[in-house]
Design a protein around this ligand. Structure first.
Ligand SMILES: Nc1ncnc2c1ncn2[C@@H]1O[C@H](COP(=O)(O)OP(=O)(O)OP(=O)(O)O)[C@@H](O)[C@H]1O
Length: 517
C-alpha cells in the first residue's frame, strides 16, 4: 500500500530551479534510495517532505490523506521524521535529553528518560552512556543519536540524509539493520547517500534526481554501482583508475592548485625514493602502542581502523593535537618532536577535516570572497584581482559546483559543494610538504570524487605527501598508494593498491579491516 505519494513538486531558490515537477511514491515497508550529484536537490526534496522547506508547487499524500506540513514539528506530528545531513544538536544536552527532545517523553523524570533513551540507543546499536553530554561525542555519532530520536516517535516515514557518510562499513551494516527493522514494521525509509555500493545492499528501489527531475525510478536489483553512477551524472562512467604514484617534480613550490594548469599523469610512474616523513615506534598512552610510518615524496598513504583501533590518535599525534612519543621522528631528514620532547621543532602536520566548524568559513560570505580570503587584503591592482577571480571561477567550474554565480553565499551551497570548495581552498593555501586529510571525499558524488583525486594527483605531482584517514574503503582504494589497517594501536597490515583494480583493493581493505577488528 502507498505510504507517501509526491506529485509535481517544484522548488526554486531565486533563479536556481532545484526541483522540477518531481513525482514518485514510497510504499509501506519500502526502503527507497535517493541519489544525485552534489547540488542535485536531494536534501531539498527530503526537507520538503519533512516540512523544513515549503515547496513552490505540487502536492503530497500520506497514507492516502492530503499531507502539507507547515513545519518540521508539524511533519513529525503527522508521522514523518528526518535525520538531516548537517545535523546540529545542542552540545550541552545529555544524550538521553537529545534522543527524546521534542517528543512527548521529554518531560519524564531523569531515570525514566535515561531508561527509554537506552532502549532507543540499543536499537541503533549505539553504545554510549545516556548521561554523556552531546558535546563530548565525536561528530559521526550525531546522526545516529538523531536516528534514535526519530525512532522515539510513531514515525511512519523516515528520511535518512547521508547518515551513513561518516560511518565505518560495520557501522553502516548496523544502520542498515535499523532500516530493515523499520521496513519490517511497515514504515517507509527514504535513504539518501553517495556511497552507492553500500546503498544498493539495503534499498528496494532507487530514485535518481538529475536536473531537478526524477531521471530513473528502478528496482535496486536491476542496478549495479557503475550503472547507478552513470545514471547519476547522466553519462557513461568508467570505474576509477588505480592511483598512479606520479614522480613529483623537483621544485617544491608552485602556483596554487586553483590556478595551475592541469597536470598530465603518466601511467604508473615509480614513486619517489625520497623519504619525507620517518616515524619509528609512535606511542600515544592508552591508544597507540608502537607504529612505524614511512612516507615518500609524492606518496599518499591511507590509514583506517575501528573507532578504538588508535587510527584517529595516530593522526592526531602527527598533527600535534595529542601528546605522543617516538623513538625516531624525522621530517625531510631533520629531527622533529611531538611537542613533549626537546628533540627539535614540533611536527604539527596541517590537518583537514570535512566536518570541522563549517570549514572555518563564514557561511554568509560569497564564494568569491571565501576562496580569496587570504589574498583579499593584499590585492594591489585590478589585473591581480581579475586573475584571482578567474582562478575562483575556474575552480568552481572544475569542481562542478552547482551555482549561478561566484557571488552566491557559501552557506547556500549544497553540503557536498561546500566541502569540495573548502578542500580546494585548503589544499591551495596549506604548505606543500606533508598533510593529513580526513575523509577528503566524504559526501561527494562520483564526479566530485574524481575531482578530488585530481586535486590529490596534482598536489602529489608537485611533491606533497599525504596521509588520508578514512572510514570509507572506496575512498581509500581510489586515493591511496598504500593503506594501513590499524588495530589494537598498531598497523596490523599494509595493503598496496599497486596493480589492482579499485574494487579489488576495496574488498581487500574491508576483508583485512574485518579480520583485524
Ligand atoms: N536556503 C537556500 N538558499 C539558496 N540556495 C539553496 C538553499 N538551499 C539549497 N540551495 C541550493 O539548492 C541546490 C540543491 O541543494 P541540496 O542541498 O538540496 O543538494 P543535494 O543534492 O542534497 O547536494 P549534496 O549531495 O551536496 O548534499 C544547491 O544548488 C543549493 O545551492
Amino acid at each position: 500500500m502507498t505510504l507517501l505519494q509526491v506529485q509535481g513538486l517544484t522548488k526554486s531558490f531565486g533563479a536556481r530551479r532545484v526541483l522540477r515537477d518531481v513525482s514518485f511514491t514510497i510504499d509501506e515497508g519500502e526502503i527507497v534510495g535517493l541519489v544525485g550529484t552534489n547540488g542535485a536537490g536531494k536534501s531539498t526534496l527530503g526537507d520538503v517532505i519533512a516540512g523544513i522547506t515549503p515547496a513552490d508547487a505540487g502536492s503530497m499524500t500520506l497514507q492516502g490523506h492530503p499531507y502539507a506540513p507547515l513545519s518540521a514539528f508539524d511533519a513529525r506530528h503527522l508521522g514523518v521524521g528526518v535525520v538531516e545531513q548537517l545535523v546540529h544538536i545542542d552540545p550541552a544536552l545529555t544524550v538521553a535529553q537529545a534522543v527524546l527532545r521534542g517528543t512527548t517523553q521529554a518531560g519524564l523524570p531523569p531515570r525514566e528518560l535515561r531508561r527509554q533513551a537506552q532502549v532507543l540507543l540499543a536499537e541503533v546499536a549505539l553504545d554510549v552512556d545516556p548521561d554523556t553530554p552531546v558535546g563530548d561525542l565525536p561528530h559521526f555519532v550525531h546522526g545516529l543519536v538523531e536516528t534514535a530520536r526519530v525512532l522515539a516517535e510513531d514515525t511512519r516515514l523516515v528520511v535518512l540524509d547521508e547518515v551513513s557518510a561518516p560511518l565505518l562499513p560495520s557501522e553502516v551494516g548496523r544502520l542498515h539493520a535499523v532500516a530493515g527493522r523499520l521496513s519490517r514494521q511497515g514504515r517507509g525509509v527514504l535513504y539518501i547517500s553517495h556511497r552507492l555500493p553500500e546503498m544498493l545492499e539495503v534499498v528496494d528501489r532507487v530514485l535518481v534526481l538529475r536536473d531537478g527531475r526524477i531521471a530513473l525510478d528502478a528496482p535496486a536489483d536491476r542496478l549495479d554501482p557503475v550503472r547507478l553512477a552513470a545514471e547519476t551524472v547522466g553519462e557513461p562512467v568508467t570505474p576509477p583508475e588505480p592511483r598512479v604514484a606520479s614522480a613529483p617534480e623537483p621544485a617544491a613550490a608552485g602556483p596554487t592548485a586553483a590556478e595551475e594548469a592541469p597536470v598530465r599523469l603518466s601511467p604508473r610512474l615509480v614513486p619517489s625514493d625520497e623519504v619525507v616523513l620517518r616515524v619509528r615506534n609512535l606511542r600515544v598512552p592508552g591508544a597507540v602502542e608502537g607504529v612505524d610510518l614511512l612516507l615518500r615524496r609524492g606518496e599518499v598513504i591511507g590509514l583506517t581502523g575501528h573507532r578504538s583501533s588508535g587510527v584517529r590518535e595516530i593522526a592526531d599525534a602527527l598533527s600535534g593535537e595529542l601528546p605522543a612519543v617516538t623513538d625516531e621522528l624525522q621530517l625531510f631528514g631533520e629531527e622533529r618532536s611531538l611537542g613533549s620532547s626537546a628533540d627539535g621543532p614540533a611536527l604539527e602536520l596541517p590537518v583537514y577535516r570535512p566536518d570541522e566548524d563549517a570549514y572555518g568559513v563564514d557561511p554568509g560570505e560569497t564564494i568569491a570572497r571565501t576562496m580569496t580570503q587570504e589574498a583579499w587584503g593584499s590585492l594591489s591592482d585590478l589585473r591581480t584581482e581579475i586573475a584571482r577571480l578567474r582562478g575562483v571561477i575556474r575552480t568552481v567550474h572544475q569542481m562542478d559546483v552547482k551555482t549561478l554565480s561566484i557571488r552566491t553565499v557559501f552557506g547556500a551551497l549544497s553540503g557536498g559543494d561546500q566541502h569540495k570548495l573548502a578542500l580546494a581552498r585548503w589544499m591551495s593555501e596549506c604548505a606543500r610538504d606533508v598533510v593529513v586529510l580526513h575523509e577528503p571525499t566524504r559526501g561527494l558524488d562520483v564526479r566530485a570524487r574524481r575531482q578530488v583525486r585530481r586535486l590529490l594527483d596534482e598536489a602529489t605531482a608537485h611533491g606533497t605527501s599525504v596521509v588520508v584517514v578514512s572510514v570509507d574503503p572506496d575512498e581509500l582504494a581510489e586515493c591511496c598508494d598504500r593503506v594501513g589497517i590499524v588495530a589494537g594501536g598498531r598497523v596490523a597490515r599494509w595493503i598496496d593498491t599497486g596493480e589492482l583494480a579499485v574494487d579489488a583493493v576495496r574488498d581487500r581493505i574491508v576483508e583485512a579491516a574485518t579480520a583485524a577488528a
